[in-house]
Design a protein around this ligand. Structure first.
Ligand SMILES: *[C@@H]1O[C@H](CO)[C@@H](O)[C@H](O)[C@H]1NC(C)=O
Ligand SMILES: *[C@@H]1O[C@H](CO)[C@@H](O)[C@H](O)[C@H]1NC(C)=O
Ligand SMILES: *[C@@H]1O[C@H](CO)[C@@H](O)[C@H](O)[C@H]1NC(C)=O
Ligand SMILES: *[C@@H]1O[C@H](CO)[C@@H](O)[C@H](O)[C@H]1NC(C)=O
Ligand SMILES: *[C@@H]1O[C@H](CO)[C@@H](O)[C@H](O)[C@H]1NC(C)=O
Ligand SMILES: *[C@@H]1O[C@H](CO)[C@@H](O)[C@H](O)[C@H]1NC(C)=O
Ligand SMILES: *[C@@H]1O[C@H](CO)[C@@H](O)[C@H](O)[C@H]1NC(C)=O
Ligand SMILES: *[C@@H]1O[C@H](CO)[C@@H](O)[C@H](O)[C@H]1NC(C)=O
Ligand SMILES: *[C@@H]1O[C@H](CO)[C@@H](O)[C@H](O)[C@H]1NC(C)=O
Ligand SMILES: *[C@@H]1O[C@H](CO)[C@@H](O)[C@H](O)[C@H]1NC(C)=O
Ligand SMILES: *[C@@H]1O[C@H](CO)[C@@H](O)[C@H](O)[C@H]1NC(C)=O
Ligand SMILES: [Ca+2]
Length: 532
């Protein structure tokens, strides 16, 4: 997306003084995490372990896969900012550790989709770990929103000069001026851009007037050979869908121009307070986005590259300018990487991710890469039918424009992904076809052909066993696959294709898992046999 251009000017400026934790060092490095909302990147970047706002943001904060933080969707009933989350997960989010190390902390912008709602404790709930808290109530908005300003309700209208949310995050600059220079700081800046309703600043509303969504890759291709939901959209898309998505694409770029301005002001401020060379800056997004791929007009929530790949740009002490990492980096790794920078002993932290500081700054740390990883998603649906698309029936969601549904209860899946030696993706659906999709991204980077019927069944079995391990991993066993710590909990294992391979009847999920548990749990080596 546009802002690669944007941010690169600022973030890739050379820097180089290694000040990190040398023996006599005065003070730890500062850290800034910029998190945009719904910004895609088709190539490069890193991966989200789940392509939806609240589950992904919860993964960033806790360093955990969704099956361990248990935030399933954007509703309170799915644990999005629920009181259980506030009690059981939020107190272990990474900013709490930083704050204990006397980092001065600042939060600004969108938090979790249900944050501030009455059932989630209202604006009075300020999560632990934050000295300055300026969080948006609810989902992304540019105007007419409410903030929790350190626990107090602050209402905003729609006057550009006073209220435009991306610009208002300049409160962080004041925080930088007021901070105590004798301790490091951590800031998390979360603009609403480029999320809908795509409201650009007035002076950017005419920019990119001739920009359209790219027509290459899987744009306007049929979802042939894919799971049920992808076989529904009309192909080719009606012109009304194409107009809608081009407009969205253009306006998304426009909203990112204000993020550019924000980054520029921030860099200038860091420079003027002489902290730029001792500050790590991470720029990323919560998940990707699609505009027209596989004839889906606009949204996220799919297993394909356009929804799970997200931007990642980092600068900071010890990182060579313009270095590109080849290793798989996930959004659950951000917390561990940040805690690593802050010098926390990572074996005392219960998270599923791993630090990528060794890959970014080999002069500072040694470390190994993970061989494969998990992407998991619980589909959202409505139990009644959408009144504007009455023919479709219940169980579906996000049916616009033109009654193309982008989600369903049975759009529930888990994928295992390998990257370096073999660039493969293997996904199982919890739908009543027990659907499987397999892609060879080396020969087919746009995931046009599902090769499940062509590929060697032995490979399917290996991928399936990896998936079962990942789906039941926790902490160290998400990184170290020789570990025995797998929780074969039938409630977490939605995916029973494996058991089909093992000769069990399909459908009796709980029973199958119980059999497997009694048979294998005491000698967990069974899972290694095929997982080379
Ligand atoms: C919400 O979290 C609680 C505990 O953290 C868990 O018991 C519950 O099952 C979760 N809900 C869902 C829908 O996963
Ligand atoms: C903000 O709310 C006011 C009052 O309800 C409304 O008139 C205005 O159109 C809204 N502005 C935006 C940008 O939604
Ligand atoms: C910060 O942004 C707000 C809202 O756009 C604006 O009113 C204010 O003048 C800005 N402050 C500074 C110091 O730039
Ligand atoms: C489509 O083309 C653009 C412009 O040439 C390029 O930047 C982009 O990577 C391509 N996208 C895909 C999915 O191939
Ligand atoms: C849709 O757009 C194409 C290309 O712009 C045009 O050739 C075609 O006539 C349009 N179809 C309708 C039904 O408007
Ligand atoms: C880190 O913590 C682990 C577990 O408590 C401990 O065994 C280890 O010695 C610690 N490492 C350092 C360098 O303090
Ligand atoms: C990494 O490991 C090598 C070999 O064991 C060692 O020489 C080097 O000092 C280590 N580097 C760091 C940054 O720990
Ligand atoms: C969110 O998850 C909860 C718990 O699984 C479920 O009851 C609810 O229907 C889900 N919400 C949507 C919109 O799918
Ligand atoms: C998925 O759910 C929809 C809506 O409930 C249903 O019509 C469809 O048959 C289901 N498909 C599969 C493969 O489960
Ligand atoms: C698949 O599930 C849908 C509801 O989710 C149901 O209507 C349909 O009959 C099911 N099909 C089969 C083959 O079980
Ligand atoms: C994937 O494609 C590459 C390049 O065509 C090929 O070398 C490799 O064998 C393929 N892998 C599988 C598992 O089909
Ligand atoms: Ca989002």
């Amino acid at each position: 997306m546009a802002s690669a251009r944007v941010v690169s000017t600022c973030l890739f400026v050379a820097l180089l003084t290694c000040t990190l934790r040398c023996s006599q060092c005065v003070k730890l490095s500062n850290i800034i995490l910029i998190l945009t909302d719904d910004q895609d990147v088709e190539m490069g970047g890193m991966f989200t372990v789940t392509p939806l706002c609240c589950p992904s943001r919860s993964s960033i904060l806790t360093g955990k896969y969704p099956h361990n933080h248990l935030v399933r969707n954007n509703s309170i009933s799915g644990n999005c900012s629920s009181t259980t989350w506030q009690k059981e997960a939020e107190p272990f989010a990474f900013p709490v550790y930083l704050n204990k190390l006397r980092y001065q902390t600042f939060y600004g912008g969108k938090y979790l989709n249900q944050y501030g709602s009455k059932d989630a404790g209202g604006v009075g709930h300020v999560p632990p770990g934050w000295d300055q808290w300026h969080a948006l109530v609810g989902n992304s908005k540019y105007y007419n929103y409410t903030l929790s300003a350190n626990g107090k309700e602050e209402k905003h209208g729609d006057n550009y000069e006073k209220d435009y949310l991306t610009d208002l995050l300049n409160r962080s600059l004041h925080f930088l001026e007021e901070r105590s220079p004798s301790h490091p700081f951590f800031m998390m800046l979360c603009p609403p851009s480029p999320h809908s309703p795509w409201t650009a600043a007035p002076h950017y509303q005419q920019t990119f007037s001739d920009v359209k969504a790219p027509r290459n890759g899987s744009f306007n291709m049929p979802g042939k050979g894919k799971h049920w939901l992808l076989r529904q959209p009309a192909n080719p898309m009606p012109n009304s869908s194409v107009e809608y998505l081009d407009n969205a694409y253009r306006r998304r770029w426009q909203t990112l121009l204000s993020v550019d301005d924000m980054v520029e002001q921030l860099i200038k401020k860091l420079d003027s307070i002489k902290e730029l060379s001792n500050t790590y800056i991470f720029y990323t997004s919560d998940h990707g986005y699609h505009t027209g791929q596989f004839s889906l007009p606009i949204d996220k929530r799919q297993l394909y590259e356009f929804d799970i790949r997200i931007p990642l740009l980092v600068r900071g002490p010890g990182i060579k300018p313009k270095l590109t990492l080849q290793s798989p980096v996930l959004n659950i790794d951000l917390s561990m990487t940040i805690l690593d920078i802050a010098g926390v002993n990572l074996s005392t932290v219960n998270m599923d991710g791993q630090s990528f500081l060794p890959q970014m700054a080999p002069s500072l740390r040694n470390g190994t890469e993970r061989p494969f990883f998990l992407v998991e998603y619980t589909g959202e649906g409505h139990s009644s039918e959408d009144p504007s698309c009455p023919k479709l029936g219940p169980g579906l969601a996000e049916c616009f424009p033109d009654c193309v549904c982008e989600d369903a209860f049975n759009n529930t899946y888990a994928c295992v992904r390998t990257l370096k030696d073999a660039n493969l993706q293997y996904c199982e659906f919890a739908d009543n076809e027990s659907f499987v999709e397999v892609y060879n991204l080396t020969s087919d980077p746009h995931q046009l052909e599902n090769i499940v019927k062509k590929v060697d069944p032995a490979l399917l079995q290996i991928m399936n066993q990896r998936l079962i391990k990942l789906e039941s991993c926790t902490g160290d066993s998400c990184r170290n696959f020789m570990s025995c710590r797998y929780l074969l909990n039938p409630d977490f294992l939605l995916f029973y294709h494996a058991m089909k391979v093992d000769g069990f009847a399909f459908g009796a999920r709980k029973k199958v898992v119980q059999v497997l548990m009694s048979k294998y749990l005491h000698k967990c080596n069974i899972w290694y046999e095929l997982s080379l």
